[in-house]
Write a protein that binds this ligand. Structure first.
Ligand code: ZN
Length: 251
């Protein structure tokens, strides 16, 4: 099963670092329309894992958002709701209502994060909230006691902010190892996602799930290939390697 990763659903500001983290509202709406037209449903992590483990995942795609940007609520939620889709947003519990302090300088962009009321509105759209740690640091580089606190305190904080159980985790920067996976499991999360590319299978360790990140600078044909064609993500990955090799030979 494919687990898609998005960050910002907004126009990328001119000169911003890592512009591919931005998928425009128009491209996102078109991607959701494509999934629907091809007979796929976008679902939350909870629903997707239920389908995966009951052998019914072949027409569904899990949709996730990292960090908790306000633009997810403004631009993505209505596009998802239009098709009856759900999704999971991984929120940094210590930055609710603030901005991306962890990479604002590096990206050259202060991006607003959902506050308590906006997280409530996200849930009211039928969406889900997971944890993306308390302060968005590299958990695999922290001493285990500090990593444990980031993982478990964020769960408590988000539970008290949202009034909901927080059952899924996402490693900031995709930084995980055996220890962090164990800590996520011990904190009571039912799953944790990484940035390793790939398709999740029912045999996958639930606390090191792979995902696919649609790039805002690639066409929706590539999106369709990655999302709905079995093995498509691998095919696209291989094509990327071929393209890079050809480019290096030509230069
Ligand atoms: Zn993040």
């Amino acid at each position: 099963m494919i687990i898609l990763t998005y960050h910002n659903v907004d126009a990328a500001p001119a000169g911003v670092g890592q512009p591919w983290l931005y998928v425009s509202p128009e491209a996102f709406a078109e991607q959701m329309r494509l999934l629907d037209k091809l007979g796929f449903r976008g679902v939350s992590v909870t629903e997707g894992l239920r389908l995966l483990h009951s052998g019914q995942a072949d027409r569904s795609v899990i949709i996730t958002f990292d960090d908790g940007y306000v633009d997810n609520l403004i631009h993505a939620a209505p596009a998802l709701a239009r098709h009856g889709f759900s999704a999971t947003c991984y929120v940094v519990s210590g930055s609710v209502g603030s901005y991306n302090a962890w990479d604002a300088d590096a990206l050259g962009a202060k991006k607003p994060l959902m506050d308590r009321a906006q997280l409530g509105a996200w849930l009211d759209h039928g969406m889900e909230i997971g944890s993306h740690s308390r302060s968005h640091c590299r958990l695999d580089l922290l001493p285990p006691a500090a990593a444990r606190e980031e993982i478990s305190v964020s769960r408590d904080q988000l539970r008290s902010i949202t009034g909901r159980e927080i059952e899924h985790f996402c490693y900031p920067y995709g930084g995980f190892n055996e220890t962090t996976a164990t800590l996520a499991r011990e904190a009571g999360y039912k799953s944790a996602v990484t940035t390793m590319p790939g398709r999740a299978r029912s045999a996958n360790d639930l606390h090191t799930l792979p995902r696919i990140a649609p790039r805002g600078d690639e066409s929706n044909w590539i999106f369709a290939l990655q999302s709905v064609v079995p093995g498509g993500w691998f095919l696209n990955h291989s094509m990327g390697r071929v393209r890079r090799r050809l480019a290096s030979l030509a230069s």
